[in-house]
Structure formats: C-alpha cells, structure tokens
Design a binder for this molecule. Sequence first.
Ligand code: NCD
Ligand code: ZN
Ligand code: ZN
Ligand code: ZN
Length: 392
Amino acid sequence: QTVDGRGGVLLPGFVDLHTHLREPGREDTETIETGSAAAALGGYTAVFAMANTDPVADTAVLTDHVWRRGQAVGLVDVHPVGAVTVGLQGTQLAELGAMADGDAHVKMFSDDGKCVHDPLLMRRALEYARGLGVLIAQHAEEPRLTVGAIAHEGPNAARLGLAGWPRSAEESIVARDAILARDAGGRVHICHASTAGTVELLRWAKAQGIAITAEVTPHHLLLDDSRLQTYDAVNKVNPPLREDSDCVALRAALAEGVIDCVATDHAPHAEQEKCCEFAAARPGMLGLQTALSVIAATMVADGALDWRGVARVMSERPAEIVGLPDQGRPIAIGEPANLTVVDPDATWTVDASALASRSANTPFDSMTLPARVVATVLRGRVTAIDGEVRAL
Ligand code: NCD
Ligand code: ZN
Ligand code: ZN
Ligand code: ZN
C-alpha cells in the first residue's frame, strides 16, 4: 500500500517508553491487540509495556510472551518492561539477566515496587543493570511521604480537601536516585516527571554528568490542577496534575532537552474504576491516540518545538535511551522504514468512545486538538492510515 503524504510532515515512527497494556490480567480494560491498535493510530512504531500486569512481568517467560504476542498482532513493536523485583512489592531482585537475554531482549526495568522504598535494593538494581547495559525506570513516588491513595497539593488541592502525594514524594526520589546512579554507575530513567523542582534536580544531575534521563507525559504538559474542581475521577492520575507553573516549567524543560522525551503513561481503566468517588477511583488516563495532538497544542503551536523537535522528543531520544537501532532515525534508501505521517493543519475533536482502546478514560474527551496522524508505517508496512488500522 502507498501513502499519499503530500502536505504532511514525515517523522520517524514514535517510540513510547511508558505504556500500560494490561495483558495479562486485565484484558477487560486493554489487550496487547487493542493497545497496539491505539498505538499505531497514534503514530507509534514501538511501545514499552509496563510490568504491573497480573501476573507481574518478572520472569523471561512472561516478558517473552508479551513480546511474541505483540509480534503476532504486528501493529507495533511491544517491548516488555521487566519488573525489577519479584512481584510488585517485592523485596528481592528479579532475574534481570534472564529477561535481558530472552527473545524480548528486555532493555528497561521498572521499579514499580520495593526499590522506591529501599535505597539498598535500588543501588543493587542499578549495579546489576549496569552490568547488563540496561536501564532502570523509576516511577519516583515515595509512598511513605504520601497521604491517602492519591496525592495533590497546592492551593486548589487544599481547598478541595484532596490529600496527597506532595512534591517531596517525587523530588526526594529523583534526588536520591540521581546520587545512587552516580555512585553505582547505572542508568536511571525518571518516569512521568511532574514538578518544577524535578526539572531543577534533573538539570543539576545532568550538569554533574550523571547518567539520568527523564520523560514527561502529554497530560502533565497541558492540564493543571484546576481540572480537579469538578472531582471528576478522569483527572486522577499518578503523579497528580500539578499547578500551572509546573506545566510551564515542564514545557520549557522539554524544549531545552533537560527532559529528554514524551511518554504517554497510557493507563486504561474500566468505567466502574473511574465513575466512583474520586478517592476510590484508580489513577491513570489514556494517552496513545492523543499524544501527538497534545504535543502539537502545547509545544508546536507556540513555537516551543518545531517538527524537527517533535521528532527528537517523540522518537529519536526515546529510541536512543533504550537503544533501539532501527527506530528514531532517518532511513537509508532500500531499508525498511518506521515512519509517521502527520497532517499539521488538521484539527479534530476527541471522542472517547471512538478510540481503539478498550477503555475510554481520556481527559481530552470533546476537546478540539490540532494536528493528526495520517499514517503509520512499521518496517515498510502500513499499520494505520486515515484513522484505520491495517492488521497483518
Ligand atoms: C499507572 C497504572 O494505572 O498502571 N497509573 C497512573 O496513574 N500513572 C501506574 C503508574 O504509572 O504509576
Ligand atoms: Zn509506580
Ligand atoms: Zn508511575
Ligand atoms: Zn505508568
């Protein structure tokens, strides 16, 4: 199939370092198949599937299963993220080497567990990861500094009575892990950076030559905590939506390169998990199909990034961070290409019920957004075109 890209912007296929596909365990909210469709429609050619599935992806059997299932679906390369510990709140390091050596060649391991509490475990994980040449992804949340199931702070949250996950819960872990990475020699990647203070810590750590990278989500760039006034749980997410001044700092850091890349943290949840009271609702929001348009709205529209910059933060840098040689770069003639074609002049209105995801928990529902993915090409084969996926 050929793609008529006239008038479009041609970009390397997007790479998402942070996706939740919920398979195995919660196939009622997303599967590798439905999540892959959402990814292809969003312009992605590679996604990293987080380990907090049921069972947890803490062995090569599981990570290889996720990789093979993604290849069988064939819409996007689904790279499993391995769990750092055995089980989600484990006290013991998982066999990172076995996962790295398996068919999936696991390149990134997520803390989502005990490492965040236990600095010695984090240090050992960094040392192990250094030996393997892989990356530790840190969700940067110190649970003992949080109050309640979700945390918010700042004037809006205080007025609304939402207890929570303060800046210190994120920033103290970023500071700790930067220093642990310096001394253990491993590489740490900060997931969903959300505060102006985290930006300053990243700036400091990078200036010291510490091997630290970071991502920001589209929703933390666009949305602030004024959205919480309705108590609509669609706005509940880890880390919480912060203040407008944080959004401004995150955008500037992404433009400058202090934050390396955009990652969606696509987190599907069932309707009943989002329609209950705010305090009881699950945190997380969809992101794969809206990411490019939210980046266009927050970064391209005001000139903070040009399309070359979009290629950098959505494709080149994430591919470099995990070491994907066939992604995130221009292609040579005759080489199978991973590409995304974007119509920069299109606008569209998000309809949550029309998304390919099995869930509908998007805070962007009914918003009119600029720019749209026209086509996605994975190794020379069209995977999505004009809003429809092309299965194998
Ligand atoms: C994620 C999920 O639902 O798995 N939720 C979220 O709010 N981001 C977990 C996570 O990334 O912390
Ligand atoms: Zn986490
Ligand atoms: Zn997280
Ligand atoms: Zn996540």
